[in-house]
Each structure stands twice: as C-alpha cells, then as structure tokens.
Design a binder for this molecule. Sequence first.
Ligand code: KG4
Ligand code: ZN
Length: 356
Amino acid sequence: MTILGIETSCDETAASVVVDGTTMLSNTIASSMQLHIPYGGVVPEIAARSHIESILPVIKESLLVARQSWQDIDAIAVTKGPGLGGSLLIGVMTARTLAIIKKKPLYGIDHVAAHVAANFIASSFLDGYKFPESVPNFPLLALIVSGGHTQLVLFKSHTDYHLLGQTGDDAIGEAFDKVAKLLGLPYPGGPSVAKAATNGNPDAFTLPIAHMNSPYDFSFSGLKTAVLRLAQSQIGETYDFPSSKLPDRLSEAQKNDIAASFQCTAIKTLVEKTKQAYLEFAPKSVVVAGGVAASTELRRQLNAALLVSVYYPDIKLCTDNAAMIASQGYFQATSNRSQSYLEDPFKLVPNPGLSM
Ligand code: KG4
Ligand code: ZN
C-alpha cells in the first residue's frame, strides 16, 4: 500500500511517499525556520503563509523523487492536529482537494502518534539515513519531546494508545528555546544550549524540578523563571532587571554554567518520569521521538537510567516530517478499525488542540 503523507502542523511543509508504512520512497521538507530566527520562535502567520507557497511544489517534488505517479498512490494521509491552526489548515485543505480530485481515500493523522510511527520506517533507497536493526515491540512506552510536545504515551498497538502525561505549560524544546533567548544564544535553542553546556558545569547551580499532582505530567515554566532569576542574581541585579539586557552582562563562563545546569535539570525531569513509567507499565520497548531526541544529554541520562535499549529514529525522522504521517496512515488503514479512520474529504477540519 503506497501512501502520500502531508505534514504542515508547524513550520515544516512536508510530503513523503511510504510503502507499507516501512519503506520510505521520498521525504521532502521545506522549512520556514530561517524566517522565524529574528523573532526567536515560530510566528504562526509567517509559517502559514510559507506553507501556502511551498505545499504544491513540495508534493510534486516528493512524487518525483519517489518516482510515483498519482495512479500509484493508494491513499493520502494528512496531519489533522495538534498544531498551529493556520498551518494545519493549509495541509488539510490541500489533502482534501487532492483526495477529491484524484479520488483517493483520506486519513487524518494525530501528529504526536505519528512521531512514534517514525520508529517503524526501516528502509529507504534515499541516501543519508541510518535505520535501526530491529523495530520496537508492543506494548511500547513513548517519550515524545519537541518544540511543541512533551508527552509520555503507552502504545498497545499502532492505533491503541493511552496518554500517561504531558506538559501543563511549556514544551521541553520551547523551554530550551526560551532559555537560549535569555542567554543570548541563537535559535533554535536546543542545539545552542547543548553547545554552551559542553563548556559549562552542570552542578554549578541547583535548579527546581516541578512536582505535579499526576506523576507523569510535566511543567517547565517554573524552571525557565528560575533560570531568569538565577541569571539576574549572577550579575547582581534584582527581578525587575530586563531579560533582554542579560546577554550583554553575563560572562561566557556564566552562560555556559547556566546552560549546563538548566540542561541537566530539564533532561533529568524527562528521564525520571520515563523511568517511573517504565517500572510501572513494564513495556517491551521504549522509544523517543521529536526534535529533542537529538539531545546527547537525553540519550546519556536515559541509557544510564533504563536497562532496555532505547529506540531513536534517524534524526531526520525525529524532527517533523511527512514520512511518519504516511507511515501512521498505513497502520490506521490496515487496522481492524480502518473504516473509522477514513475521513470525508468534504468535511475534514483541522483540530489544533487534538489530544491523544
Ligand atoms: O520536532 P521539532 O523539529 O519541531 C517541533 O515539532 O517542535 O523539534 C524542535 C525542537 C526545538 O525546540 C529545538 O530547540 C529542540 O527541538 N532541540 C533540542 C536539541 N535539538 C533540537 N533540544 C534539546 N537539545 C537538543 N540537542
Ligand atoms: Zn512534531
């Protein structure tokens, strides 16, 4: 079964052709990230406008790279949420229109569940991908961490999943981006904080870990504020000192130590809760997905905390892409409830707040 996946939930316009959920024929991505750099975060209107410009060329390119014509495509899978409303709308309306014109079945996909499907893409003729030697087994515990998500989810199968917990405020990647901005480090913040942290001492400062009512929920906004207060106190200023002036006053060494201490604490929060869920639910596999899966500190701490080997997709499949959407589309289309996943191409609407 050959599926065309379409993804536009944030700042990546992506299309991909995947066979049987596992063989990737193309993975085309146009990112508007460069346009958001001056603002230190994704600007929804800019992202949506850029999706409009890119979506048709991206789909065309992905069919071309996959050497597939519309006749070869068995179904279309599109991200219906969660994500930015304006961005999702472009992908959904494009998928609806194509499903009607080309007479293809249409599947609406939960972007967060699809991040896990990326672990099942096992081969490709495309250069530059590293695939794991085996695929994860169910039940599996998934830690989904990116600029938009921080979720712990238990999957009994590809389509039967249960949200254990999630962030009540900032996503983990968002916290990295905000701390980077505060320290005057470039966007996206994850890699730049990680780089500064390599020259800093993670034990230089003790930062708070939020304790939530539910054991698997997260909160990062208090940690972010604690970093702000720490930076202000390091230069001898009070809480009303403007954060925009901090980068000029902090020394390189102070920035590195703050970055290292923040990174260590933020990642520790993820790892402790993942370990607790692992002990409670005894899954056969643990998978990590989302842009923050690139973090070497996360990989180091998880390896030390868990006795099982942890699955990570290739980094190009960790960050937002449409191959994972096409793959999840296949698993929905072939599940015993496949009819319930079929969308009416005249009616499908995006759901920005879609929750698992
Ligand atoms: O999955 P992704 O590409 O897009 C979203 O759906 O958000 O994830 C991007 C996020 C950004 O917030 C970025 O700062 C973070 O992933 N990130 C990292 C690292 N590399 C990227 N966070 C921590 N450590 C990293 N090494
Ligand atoms: Zn994502």
